[in-house]
Design a protein around this ligand. Sequence first.
Ligand SMILES: NC(=O)c1ccc[n+]([C@@H]2O[C@H](COP(=O)([O-])OP(=O)(O)OC[C@H]3O[C@@H](n4cnc5c(N)ncnc54)[C@H](O)[C@@H]3O)[C@@H](O)[C@H]2O)c1
Length: 269
Amino acid sequence: MKESIQTMFDLSGKVALITGGHSWLGFDMAGALAAMGCHIALASRNQEKLEKAAAELSENYGIQVFLFQADLRFPGQVQAMADAVYAWKGHIDILINNAGGGSGASEGNFFKRDPRDISDMITVNLLGPLYCCQSVGRYMARHNSGKIINIGSIAGIVGRDRDMYRRNHKMEQPVDYAASKAGIIGMTRDLAAFMAPYQVQVNCISPGGFDKGDLPQGFVSDYANATMAGRMGTMGLDIKGAALFLASPASDYVTGHNLMVDGGFSVFK
Ligand SMILES: NC(=O)c1ccc[n+]([C@@H]2O[C@H](COP(=O)([O-])OP(=O)(O)OC[C@H]3O[C@@H](n4cnc5c(N)ncnc54)[C@H](O)[C@@H]3O)[C@@H](O)[C@H]2O)c1
């Protein structure tokens, strides 16, 4: 069978649900898929931010955007989101579990960390994506087709140099963040096995540090030196190719994989 490369990356008429997709990496991934003709459903807690993102996506790419306001820590809200997005076009072809968080309100230092923040971190970053996979996965299984992309992190793979945070006066990311992201990477593999009979591929993207422009300069240069690429990830750019690949037919023979988008950080030295 001969497919053109254009066909392998074409997403015309498909529907992608991107959680937390109104800003930063989620918004970048939405743009990458929309540029290939995909309709986009965005889910998050903030309606105003959702509407702003939707306007930008439909204006830039001429696709349709569906919005759903939900707090993904609650399985009932996740199910309502999946039902509403499915009812929109009668299919959900791609799910990107992007919603998550870095630190929470209290101290990042493990000994000083409030147990309620530890619990919330696991709920937002691991349980939320599991609920999303379950609710959306059932619809994908019904159609015998789908792509699930989970968002992990380098934190799920390597320990982080606490000195780099301390000397640059930056709050360190907590151990429970690493636990949640390692959970995401592990669940990706087993869910890939579970969903394989339904022709659904399940993969993970683990980004390294991306620069949102709010980091201490010393941290940015220390971090850049710890990557092979010599720089942090660039918002608006570096996540897009990985997301498009794993969302499109080009990756139909790729499942259970964790794709590092980290400029070589996790394999340096
Ligand atoms: N930015 C980075 O450098 C980096 C590095 C590695 C991994 N990641 C991961 O990438 C993903 C996106 O991160 P980001 O930095 O682009 O964005 P972010 O962390 O600023 O925001 C993530 C999104 O998730 C949403 N969200 C959080 N909790 C939610 C909840 N309970 N219900 C619904 N929505 C919720 C937020 O509203 C936001 O839209 C996260 O999973 C993050 O852990 C980011």
